[in-house]
Ligand binder design. Structure first.
Ligand code: PLP
Length: 425
Protein backbone atom coordinates (compact mmCIF):
# COMPACT_ATOMS: atom_id res chain seq x y z
CA UNK A 1 0.00 0.00 0.00
CA UNK A 2 1.15 3.52 -0.76
CA UNK A 3 2.56 5.24 2.26
CA UNK A 4 2.01 8.96 2.47
CA UNK A 5 4.77 11.43 3.26
CA UNK A 6 3.00 12.18 6.55
CA UNK A 7 3.01 8.54 7.52
CA UNK A 8 6.72 8.20 6.78
CA UNK A 9 7.65 11.35 8.64
CA UNK A 10 5.40 10.46 11.57
CA UNK A 11 7.17 7.11 11.85
CA UNK A 12 10.57 8.82 11.94
CA UNK A 13 9.31 11.27 14.55
CA UNK A 14 7.89 8.55 16.76
CA UNK A 15 11.35 7.02 17.09
CA UNK A 16 13.12 10.24 18.01
CA UNK A 17 10.59 12.25 20.02
CA UNK A 18 8.10 10.90 22.60
CA UNK A 19 4.86 9.92 20.86
CA UNK A 20 6.08 11.61 17.69
CA UNK A 21 4.90 15.08 18.74
CA UNK A 22 6.25 18.14 20.55
CA UNK A 23 3.07 18.48 22.68
CA UNK A 24 0.73 15.60 23.59
CA UNK A 25 -2.63 16.84 22.27
CA UNK A 26 -1.25 16.86 18.72
CA UNK A 27 -1.00 13.07 18.54
CA UNK A 28 -3.78 10.94 17.07
CA UNK A 29 -4.16 7.51 15.49
CA UNK A 30 -3.00 6.12 13.21
CA UNK A 31 -0.54 9.01 12.80
CA UNK A 32 -0.73 12.79 12.91
CA UNK A 33 -0.69 14.70 9.64
CA UNK A 34 2.57 16.63 9.16
CA UNK A 35 2.09 20.23 8.07
CA UNK A 36 3.94 22.08 5.34
CA UNK A 37 2.33 25.53 5.18
CA UNK A 38 -0.59 27.71 6.21
CA UNK A 39 -2.21 30.69 4.56
CA UNK A 40 -5.36 32.33 5.88
CA UNK A 41 -7.69 29.57 7.09
CA UNK A 42 -6.10 26.84 4.96
CA UNK A 43 -3.29 24.54 6.01
CA UNK A 44 -1.48 22.18 3.63
CA UNK A 45 0.22 18.95 4.68
CA UNK A 46 3.43 17.52 3.23
CA UNK A 47 1.41 15.39 0.80
CA UNK A 48 -0.25 18.48 -0.64
CA UNK A 49 -3.65 17.88 1.02
CA UNK A 50 -5.45 21.07 2.00
CA UNK A 51 -7.61 21.52 5.08
CA UNK A 52 -9.85 24.26 6.40
CA UNK A 53 -8.21 24.80 9.78
CA UNK A 54 -10.35 25.07 12.92
CA UNK A 55 -7.59 24.09 15.32
CA UNK A 56 -5.64 27.24 14.47
CA UNK A 57 -2.74 26.19 16.66
CA UNK A 58 -5.11 26.17 19.67
CA UNK A 59 -5.78 29.87 19.62
CA UNK A 60 -3.01 32.30 18.65
CA UNK A 61 -3.98 32.79 15.01
CA UNK A 62 -6.98 35.12 15.19
CA UNK A 63 -5.66 36.91 12.07
CA UNK A 64 -5.26 33.59 10.23
CA UNK A 65 -2.07 31.86 9.14
CA UNK A 66 0.68 34.10 7.87
CA UNK A 67 -1.33 37.32 7.69
CA UNK A 68 0.58 39.72 5.38
CA UNK A 69 0.68 42.51 7.96
CA UNK A 70 1.88 40.25 10.76
CA UNK A 71 4.42 38.60 8.46
CA UNK A 72 5.74 42.03 7.49
CA UNK A 73 6.05 43.16 11.11
CA UNK A 74 8.09 40.02 11.80
CA UNK A 75 10.30 40.50 8.71
CA UNK A 76 10.95 44.12 9.64
CA UNK A 77 11.90 43.22 13.20
CA UNK A 78 14.06 40.29 12.08
CA UNK A 79 16.19 42.72 10.07
CA UNK A 80 16.75 44.75 13.25
CA UNK A 81 17.67 41.72 15.36
CA UNK A 82 15.82 38.94 17.13
CA UNK A 83 16.75 39.23 20.79
CA UNK A 84 18.83 41.63 22.86
CA UNK A 85 18.64 40.72 26.52
CA UNK A 86 17.84 44.39 27.05
CA UNK A 87 14.66 46.45 26.79
CA UNK A 88 13.51 47.02 23.20
CA UNK A 89 11.00 49.21 21.43
CA UNK A 90 8.49 46.46 20.46
CA UNK A 91 8.19 45.45 24.12
CA UNK A 92 7.45 49.02 25.14
CA UNK A 93 4.79 49.32 22.45
CA UNK A 94 3.15 46.01 23.36
CA UNK A 95 3.13 46.69 27.10
CA UNK A 96 1.72 50.18 26.47
CA UNK A 97 -1.01 48.62 24.36
CA UNK A 98 -1.85 46.04 27.03
CA UNK A 99 -1.87 48.45 29.96
CA UNK A 100 -4.02 50.93 28.02
CA UNK A 101 -6.64 48.38 26.89
CA UNK A 102 -6.88 45.53 29.41
CA UNK A 103 -8.93 46.78 32.40
CA UNK A 104 -6.95 44.93 35.11
CA UNK A 105 -3.52 45.72 33.65
CA UNK A 106 -2.04 48.66 35.56
CA UNK A 107 1.32 46.99 35.04
CA UNK A 108 2.40 44.04 32.90
CA UNK A 109 5.42 41.73 32.70
CA UNK A 110 6.10 39.80 29.50
CA UNK A 111 7.10 36.14 29.42
CA UNK A 112 7.50 33.52 26.69
CA UNK A 113 4.50 31.21 27.10
CA UNK A 114 1.18 30.89 28.84
CA UNK A 115 2.72 28.26 31.10
CA UNK A 116 5.33 30.74 32.30
CA UNK A 117 2.76 33.46 32.73
CA UNK A 118 0.57 31.36 35.05
CA UNK A 119 3.58 29.97 36.92
CA UNK A 120 4.79 33.50 37.64
CA UNK A 121 1.32 34.81 38.45
CA UNK A 122 0.76 32.04 41.00
CA UNK A 123 4.13 32.65 42.65
CA UNK A 124 3.31 36.35 42.74
CA UNK A 125 -0.12 35.73 44.27
CA UNK A 126 1.49 33.64 47.00
CA UNK A 127 4.28 36.17 47.53
CA UNK A 128 1.91 39.12 47.70
CA UNK A 129 -0.65 37.55 50.05
CA UNK A 130 1.91 35.51 52.07
CA UNK A 131 -0.55 32.62 51.76
CA UNK A 132 0.02 29.23 50.13
CA UNK A 133 -3.29 27.88 48.85
CA UNK A 134 -4.24 28.18 45.17
CA UNK A 135 -7.67 27.29 43.89
CA UNK A 136 -8.31 26.19 40.33
CA UNK A 137 -11.31 24.91 38.43
CA UNK A 138 -11.94 21.27 37.72
CA UNK A 139 -10.93 20.95 34.06
CA UNK A 140 -9.17 24.32 34.03
CA UNK A 141 -5.83 24.25 32.22
CA UNK A 142 -3.02 26.63 33.02
CA UNK A 143 -0.02 25.04 31.35
CA UNK A 144 2.46 22.38 32.38
CA UNK A 145 4.00 23.32 35.73
CA UNK A 146 3.70 21.48 39.03
CA UNK A 147 1.21 23.61 41.00
CA UNK A 148 -1.50 23.24 38.35
CA UNK A 149 -0.90 19.62 37.33
CA UNK A 150 -3.63 18.30 39.59
CA UNK A 151 -6.64 16.08 39.17
CA UNK A 152 -9.71 15.98 41.36
CA UNK A 153 -9.17 13.62 44.27
CA UNK A 154 -12.35 11.74 45.13
CA UNK A 155 -14.50 13.42 47.76
CA UNK A 156 -12.05 16.19 48.55
CA UNK A 157 -11.19 19.56 47.10
CA UNK A 158 -7.47 18.86 47.57
CA UNK A 159 -5.87 17.86 44.32
CA UNK A 160 -3.70 14.84 43.60
CA UNK A 161 -0.90 15.01 41.01
CA UNK A 162 -2.13 14.42 37.47
CA UNK A 163 1.34 13.51 36.26
CA UNK A 164 4.10 11.30 37.52
CA UNK A 165 7.03 13.40 38.60
CA UNK A 166 4.92 15.97 40.42
CA UNK A 167 5.66 15.57 44.15
CA UNK A 168 2.40 15.39 46.13
CA UNK A 169 3.65 18.25 48.31
CA UNK A 170 3.72 20.50 45.21
CA UNK A 171 -0.05 20.18 44.82
CA UNK A 172 -0.95 19.83 48.50
CA UNK A 173 -1.95 23.49 48.46
CA UNK A 174 -3.88 23.33 45.21
CA UNK A 175 -7.65 23.04 45.56
CA UNK A 176 -10.28 22.27 42.95
CA UNK A 177 -13.78 23.70 42.61
CA UNK A 178 -16.37 23.48 39.82
CA UNK A 179 -17.00 26.30 37.35
CA UNK A 180 -20.32 28.13 37.66
CA UNK A 181 -20.54 27.07 41.32
CA UNK A 182 -19.64 30.10 43.49
CA UNK A 183 -21.06 28.38 46.58
CA UNK A 184 -18.47 25.63 46.43
CA UNK A 185 -15.70 28.22 46.19
CA UNK A 186 -17.08 30.32 49.02
CA UNK A 187 -17.39 27.41 51.43
CA UNK A 188 -13.76 26.49 50.71
CA UNK A 189 -12.64 30.03 51.56
CA UNK A 190 -14.81 30.05 54.69
CA UNK A 191 -12.99 26.96 55.97
CA UNK A 192 -9.45 27.78 54.88
CA UNK A 193 -7.64 31.02 55.67
CA UNK A 194 -4.50 30.12 53.75
CA UNK A 195 -5.90 30.69 50.22
CA UNK A 196 -3.82 33.16 48.18
CA UNK A 197 -6.32 33.20 45.32
CA UNK A 198 -8.04 31.45 42.48
CA UNK A 199 -6.74 31.07 38.95
CA UNK A 200 -9.54 30.53 36.48
CA UNK A 201 -10.45 30.94 32.85
CA UNK A 202 -13.35 33.44 32.75
CA UNK A 203 -14.77 31.35 29.89
CA UNK A 204 -13.63 27.75 30.15
CA UNK A 205 -11.73 26.75 27.04
CA UNK A 206 -9.97 23.54 27.95
CA UNK A 207 -13.05 21.39 28.47
CA UNK A 208 -14.53 22.76 25.26
CA UNK A 209 -16.23 26.15 25.37
CA UNK A 210 -18.16 26.69 28.61
CA UNK A 211 -19.37 30.27 29.14
CA UNK A 212 -20.19 31.71 32.59
CA UNK A 213 -23.74 31.76 33.91
CA UNK A 214 -25.13 35.23 34.41
CA UNK A 215 -23.59 36.84 37.49
CA UNK A 216 -21.07 34.04 38.14
CA UNK A 217 -17.93 36.08 37.46
CA UNK A 218 -19.32 39.03 39.45
CA UNK A 219 -19.97 36.65 42.34
CA UNK A 220 -16.40 35.30 42.18
CA UNK A 221 -15.14 38.89 42.29
CA UNK A 222 -17.21 39.61 45.38
CA UNK A 223 -16.21 36.42 47.22
CA UNK A 224 -12.48 36.91 46.58
CA UNK A 225 -12.65 40.50 47.84
CA UNK A 226 -14.49 39.51 50.99
CA UNK A 227 -11.93 36.83 51.79
CA UNK A 228 -8.77 38.78 50.89
CA UNK A 229 -7.96 36.29 48.15
CA UNK A 230 -6.78 37.32 44.70
CA UNK A 231 -8.84 36.75 41.58
CA UNK A 232 -6.61 35.73 38.68
CA UNK A 233 -8.19 35.44 35.26
CA UNK A 234 -6.27 33.12 32.98
CA UNK A 235 -7.03 34.81 29.67
CA UNK A 236 -4.39 32.93 27.70
CA UNK A 237 -7.18 31.92 25.30
CA UNK A 238 -9.69 34.75 25.77
CA UNK A 239 -7.14 37.60 25.85
CA UNK A 240 -7.76 39.72 22.73
CA UNK A 241 -10.08 36.98 21.44
CA UNK A 242 -13.26 38.05 23.22
CA UNK A 243 -12.89 41.62 22.02
CA UNK A 244 -10.41 44.45 22.47
CA UNK A 245 -10.71 44.43 26.25
CA UNK A 246 -10.77 40.61 26.51
CA UNK A 247 -13.23 38.60 28.64
CA UNK A 248 -12.84 40.92 31.64
CA UNK A 249 -13.99 43.88 29.57
CA UNK A 250 -16.79 41.90 27.96
CA UNK A 251 -18.22 40.76 31.31
CA UNK A 252 -17.29 43.90 33.23
CA UNK A 253 -15.36 42.04 35.92
CA UNK A 254 -11.85 43.27 36.71
CA UNK A 255 -9.60 40.65 38.32
CA UNK A 256 -6.56 41.46 40.46
CA UNK A 257 -4.26 39.73 38.00
CA UNK A 258 -4.52 38.38 34.47
CA UNK A 259 -2.42 35.98 32.47
CA UNK A 260 -2.21 35.99 28.68
CA UNK A 261 -0.42 34.21 25.86
CA UNK A 262 -1.54 32.81 22.50
CA UNK A 263 -2.91 35.87 20.58
CA UNK A 264 -0.53 38.13 22.49
CA UNK A 265 2.31 36.79 20.34
CA UNK A 266 0.42 36.96 17.04
CA UNK A 267 1.54 33.41 16.19
CA UNK A 268 4.94 33.64 17.88
CA UNK A 269 5.81 32.45 21.41
CA UNK A 270 4.57 34.85 24.06
CA UNK A 271 3.04 35.18 27.48
CA UNK A 272 2.35 37.92 29.99
CA UNK A 273 1.08 38.46 33.49
CA UNK A 274 -0.43 41.75 34.51
CA UNK A 275 -2.57 43.35 37.16
CA UNK A 276 -2.75 45.84 39.99
CA UNK A 277 0.43 47.86 40.30
CA UNK A 278 0.78 47.22 44.05
CA UNK A 279 0.92 43.49 43.20
CA UNK A 280 3.12 43.73 40.08
CA UNK A 281 5.53 45.98 41.98
CA UNK A 282 6.47 42.88 44.00
CA UNK A 283 8.15 41.34 40.92
CA UNK A 284 11.96 41.32 40.67
CA UNK A 285 13.88 43.57 40.34
CA UNK A 286 11.23 45.97 41.69
CA UNK A 287 10.39 43.53 44.49
CA UNK A 288 11.15 40.17 46.13
CA UNK A 289 9.14 37.78 43.90
CA UNK A 290 11.39 36.24 41.27
CA UNK A 291 10.51 35.98 37.57
CA UNK A 292 12.95 35.97 34.66
CA UNK A 293 13.61 34.67 31.14
CA UNK A 294 16.16 34.95 28.32
CA UNK A 295 13.43 35.31 25.71
CA UNK A 296 10.91 37.17 27.89
CA UNK A 297 9.48 40.07 25.90
CA UNK A 298 11.04 38.77 22.72
CA UNK A 299 10.95 41.63 20.18
CA UNK A 300 9.80 39.47 17.26
CA UNK A 301 6.89 38.03 19.24
CA UNK A 302 6.10 41.49 20.58
CA UNK A 303 6.05 42.96 17.05
CA UNK A 304 3.79 40.18 15.78
CA UNK A 305 1.49 40.45 18.79
CA UNK A 306 1.18 44.21 18.55
CA UNK A 307 0.39 44.06 14.82
CA UNK A 308 -2.28 41.41 15.47
CA UNK A 309 -3.87 43.40 18.29
CA UNK A 310 -3.90 46.57 16.18
CA UNK A 311 -5.36 44.73 13.20
CA UNK A 312 -8.14 43.32 15.37
CA UNK A 313 -8.85 46.75 16.86
CA UNK A 314 -10.06 48.01 13.47
CA UNK A 315 -13.73 48.82 13.33
CA UNK A 316 -16.06 45.84 13.05
CA UNK A 317 -13.40 43.12 13.12
CA UNK A 318 -14.60 41.37 16.31
CA UNK A 319 -18.29 41.88 15.49
CA UNK A 320 -17.94 40.33 12.04
CA UNK A 321 -15.94 37.42 13.37
CA UNK A 322 -18.44 36.78 16.13
CA UNK A 323 -21.37 36.90 13.68
CA UNK A 324 -19.70 34.45 11.34
CA UNK A 325 -19.01 32.11 14.24
CA UNK A 326 -22.52 32.27 15.68
CA UNK A 327 -24.01 31.72 12.21
CA UNK A 328 -21.86 28.64 11.75
CA UNK A 329 -22.72 27.35 15.23
CA UNK A 330 -26.42 27.85 14.45
CA UNK A 331 -26.12 25.84 11.25
CA UNK A 332 -24.40 23.04 13.14
CA UNK A 333 -27.12 23.09 15.80
CA UNK A 334 -29.70 22.78 13.04
CA UNK A 335 -27.82 19.74 11.77
CA UNK A 336 -28.07 18.10 15.20
CA UNK A 337 -31.80 18.75 15.16
CA UNK A 338 -32.45 17.76 11.53
CA UNK A 339 -30.60 14.50 11.96
CA UNK A 340 -31.94 13.85 15.46
CA UNK A 341 -28.51 13.20 16.89
CA UNK A 342 -28.02 14.10 20.56
CA UNK A 343 -25.45 16.78 21.07
CA UNK A 344 -24.87 20.50 21.35
CA UNK A 345 -22.73 23.34 20.05
CA UNK A 346 -21.54 25.96 22.55
CA UNK A 347 -20.06 29.21 21.32
CA UNK A 348 -18.96 32.65 22.39
CA UNK A 349 -17.12 35.23 20.32
CA UNK A 350 -15.00 33.38 17.80
CA UNK A 351 -14.80 30.12 19.79
CA UNK A 352 -17.08 27.12 19.61
CA UNK A 353 -17.18 23.45 20.62
CA UNK A 354 -19.23 20.45 19.62
CA UNK A 355 -20.32 18.04 22.37
CA UNK A 356 -21.91 14.68 21.59
CA UNK A 357 -24.43 12.91 23.80
CA UNK A 358 -25.16 15.84 26.13
CA UNK A 359 -27.52 18.83 25.84
CA UNK A 360 -25.37 21.33 27.69
CA UNK A 361 -22.06 21.65 29.54
CA UNK A 362 -21.93 24.20 32.37
CA UNK A 363 -18.74 23.01 34.10
CA UNK A 364 -15.78 20.67 33.73
CA UNK A 365 -17.66 17.73 35.24
CA UNK A 366 -20.50 18.12 32.68
CA UNK A 367 -18.17 18.53 29.75
CA UNK A 368 -16.25 15.38 30.62
CA UNK A 369 -19.45 13.38 29.98
CA UNK A 370 -19.27 14.17 26.26
CA UNK A 371 -19.11 11.11 23.99
CA UNK A 372 -15.37 11.15 23.29
CA UNK A 373 -15.36 8.22 20.87
CA UNK A 374 -18.01 9.92 18.75
CA UNK A 375 -15.97 13.10 18.71
CA UNK A 376 -12.90 11.25 17.47
CA UNK A 377 -15.02 9.64 14.78
CA UNK A 378 -16.13 13.10 13.69
CA UNK A 379 -12.54 14.33 13.82
CA UNK A 380 -11.48 11.53 11.44
CA UNK A 381 -14.41 12.13 9.09
CA UNK A 382 -13.76 15.87 8.92
CA UNK A 383 -10.04 15.27 8.37
CA UNK A 384 -10.76 12.89 5.50
CA UNK A 385 -13.04 15.55 4.00
CA UNK A 386 -10.58 18.45 4.32
CA UNK A 387 -11.43 20.04 7.68
CA UNK A 388 -8.77 20.00 10.41
CA UNK A 389 -10.29 20.03 13.91
CA UNK A 390 -8.35 19.81 17.15
CA UNK A 391 -7.78 16.07 17.69
CA UNK A 392 -9.39 16.00 21.14
CA UNK A 393 -13.01 16.14 22.37
CA UNK A 394 -12.36 18.81 25.03
CA UNK A 395 -10.70 21.42 22.83
CA UNK A 396 -12.00 24.54 21.15
CA UNK A 397 -12.62 25.27 17.48
CA UNK A 398 -11.11 28.65 16.73
CA UNK A 399 -12.27 30.94 13.96
CA UNK A 400 -10.12 33.69 12.46
CA UNK A 401 -10.79 36.72 10.29
CA UNK A 402 -9.56 34.56 7.38
CA UNK A 403 -12.48 32.09 7.67
CA UNK A 404 -14.66 33.17 4.75
CA UNK A 405 -18.12 32.05 3.58
CA UNK A 406 -16.64 29.26 1.52
CA UNK A 407 -14.74 27.83 4.49
CA UNK A 408 -17.76 28.08 6.81
CA UNK A 409 -19.96 26.42 4.21
CA UNK A 410 -17.51 23.57 3.86
CA UNK A 411 -17.40 23.07 7.64
CA UNK A 412 -21.19 23.13 7.99
CA UNK A 413 -21.80 20.79 5.03
CA UNK A 414 -19.14 18.29 6.12
CA UNK A 415 -20.50 18.27 9.67
CA UNK A 416 -24.02 17.64 8.36
CA UNK A 417 -22.72 14.78 6.22
CA UNK A 418 -21.14 13.25 9.31
CA UNK A 419 -24.38 13.49 11.30
CA UNK A 420 -26.29 11.91 8.41
CA UNK A 421 -23.87 9.01 8.60
CA UNK A 422 -24.37 8.76 12.39
CA UNK A 423 -28.15 8.85 11.96
CA UNK A 424 -28.06 5.90 9.56
CA UNK A 425 -26.23 3.68 12.04
C1 PLP B 1 -2.73 27.29 26.27
C2 PLP B 1 -3.05 27.68 27.65
C3 PLP B 1 -2.04 27.87 28.63
C4 PLP B 1 -0.60 27.51 28.37
O1 PLP B 1 -0.03 28.32 27.41
P1 PLP B 1 1.30 27.81 26.65
O2 PLP B 1 1.72 28.97 25.82
O3 PLP B 1 0.87 26.61 25.86
O4 PLP B 1 2.29 27.47 27.69
C5 PLP B 1 -2.40 28.38 29.86
N1 PLP B 1 -3.68 28.66 30.14
C6 PLP B 1 -4.67 28.49 29.25
C7 PLP B 1 -6.06 28.86 29.62
C8 PLP B 1 -4.39 27.96 27.99
O5 PLP B 1 -5.39 27.71 27.13
Amino acid sequence: MHRSNSQEEAEILRKITPGGVSSPVRAFDPYPVVMESGKGCIITDIDGNEYVDLCMAYGPLIAGHSHPRVAKAVRDQTKRGSVFGAPSHPETKLIEKITSTVPSAEMCRLAVSGTEATMHAIRLARGYTKKNGIVKLNGGFHGAHNTVLVAAGSGSVNGTPSSLGVPPEDVRNTYLVEYNDPGMFESLLDKNEDIAGIIMEPVMGNVGVVPPKKGYLQEMRKITKEHNALLIFDEVITGFRLGKTSAQGLFGVTPDMTTMGKILGGGYPAGAFMGRSDILSMVAPAGPVYAAGTFAGNPISAAAGLETIELMAEKGRYDELEKRTSDLAARMRDSFEDNQVKGCVQNIGSMFSVFFGIDEATCGADASKTDKARYMEMFRFMLDHGVYLPPGPLEVDFMSIAHDDEACDKIARTFDKFLKKVKKE
